[in-house]
Design a protein around this ligand. Structure first.
Ligand code: PLP
Length: 374
């Protein structure tokens, strides 16, 4: 006979403080009917806000037509999404999967096949996901230690230290994997110089834009602001505004390594997720990107004025700042006051509101944060 456990979920997350029932734009409603302003967007996912009409209508329409046929056949939404992303990138092929970590796995395999070299160089403090390949390239001891041994041939360099990067890259390096702004690692931007040094190395360059992509930093891809063009890009989080999706983009000039049978995913390219993602990509237009930059500047200026908070970092609407007190305390107090925010490490407060955030909501969030950090 089995005994029922108190928690039916494996306890890999901390206990939940709130249960949300509804979302609308920038607002969430909990099971007691209380409203919260959402400056977390499901960890930089719900870029267009909750239940945005465009991806909602696209997903509904697709639900009414076709849910799944597998990648043994074609569907219109996956092809349309690949075309849109290729256009944004300036010539690329897409592989679709279901999450960020799967997109990283695809990149690791692609680089190995394309270069024949097993070595990967990633950065201290990076975060690339929880599956064993992506975890092997994640430079955070606490997340890795219980699962070692991980993949061999991975070396870590110090962010923004060109000498350390050059020392880490060797003859066996097939892939350099970098986040333009380390998200989970504390909202730490890479400098254009460092990225250019990575580009100059004799290896494929993959930019992990899972957190920074799809408009979050004020351009569709963060790399557009950094003067580099990668060979590979990974996307996930914001791509379908909350439906599960991941993507590896391979630049046309790095194409050709994968052939049928090399990789795959039963659910990858799911028509409902891809239909929603097409609507998201269309919505991330010049006006929305201008809003990201404008509200990002306003939010950043307000954050810089907060007591107990150091100079903010980041770009667009992915912002972080070191806090004197543990960031978890600020996150909890903000939640009590009706504002959802994130941390990124023990002493970093992270803000990633929907890209559609307006001036009034930025000011409202700052008023609450002023009380929270005092
Ligand atoms: N890469 C980056 C930069 C991320 O921020 C994340 C998630 O936070 C991942 C990879 C992993 O994505 P997922 O949780 O969808 O597997």
């Amino acid at each position: 006979m089995t005994t029922a456990l108190a928690n039916p979920l494996l306890p890999v997350y901390p206990p939940v403080p709130v249960i949300f029932l509804d979302g609308d734009g920038l607002w969430l409603v909990d099971d007691a009917g209380r409203r919260y302003l959402d400056f977390a967007a499901g960890i930089a996912v719900v870029g267009l806000g909750h239940r945005h009409p465009a991806p909602l209508a696209a997903a509904h329409a697709q639900l009414d037509r076709l849910w799944h046929v597998s990648n043994l056949f074609g569907t219109e939404p996956a092809g349309m999404l690949a075309e849109r992303l290729s256009e944004r990138f300036g010539g690329a092929q897409a592989f679709f999967c279901n999450s960020g970590t799967e997109a990283i796995e695809a990149a690791l395999k692609y680089a190995r096949k394309a270069t024949g070299k097993p070595g990967v160089v990633a950065l201290e403090g990076s975060f690339h996901g929880r599956t064993l390949g992506a975890l092997s390239a994640t430079g955070q001891t606490a997340k890795r230690v219980a699962f070692e041994p991980l993949l061999p041939h991975v070396r870590f360099a110090q962010p923004n230290d060109v000498e350390s990067l050059e020392a880490a890259v060797g003859d066996d390096t097939g892939l350099i994997l970098l986040e333009p702004i380390q998200g989970e690692g504390g909202v730490r931007p890479l400098s254009p110089d460092f990225l250019q040094a990575a580009r100059a190395a004799d290896a494929l360059l993959c930019l992990d834009e899972i957190q920074t992509g799809v408009g979050r930093t004020g351009t569709f891809f963060a790399f557009e602001q950094l003067g580099v063009r990668p060979d590979l890009v990974t996307l996930a989080k914001g791509l379908a505004n909350g439906l599960p999706i991941g993507c590896l983009l391979v630049a046309d000039d790095a194409a050709g390594a994968f052939v049928p049978g090399d990789h795959g995913s039963t659910f990858g390219g799911n028509p409902v997720s891809c239909a929603a993602a097409c609507a998201v990509v269309d919505a991330v237009d010049d006006a929305l990107l201008a809003n990201v930059r404008e509200q990002g500047t306003r939010l950043r200026a307000g954050l810089a004025e907060l007591p107990g908070v150091a100079e903010p970092r980041g770009a667009g609407l992915l912002l972080g700042a070191d806090t004197e007190r543990p960031a978890a305390e600020h996150v909890a107090t903000a939640l009590e006051r009706g504002l959802v925010v994130l941390s990124a490490g023990e002493h970093v407060l992270r803000l990633a509101p929907p890209l559609v955030v307006g001036r009034d909501e930025v000011d409202h969030a700052l008023t609450i944060l002023e009380e929270v950090t005092a």
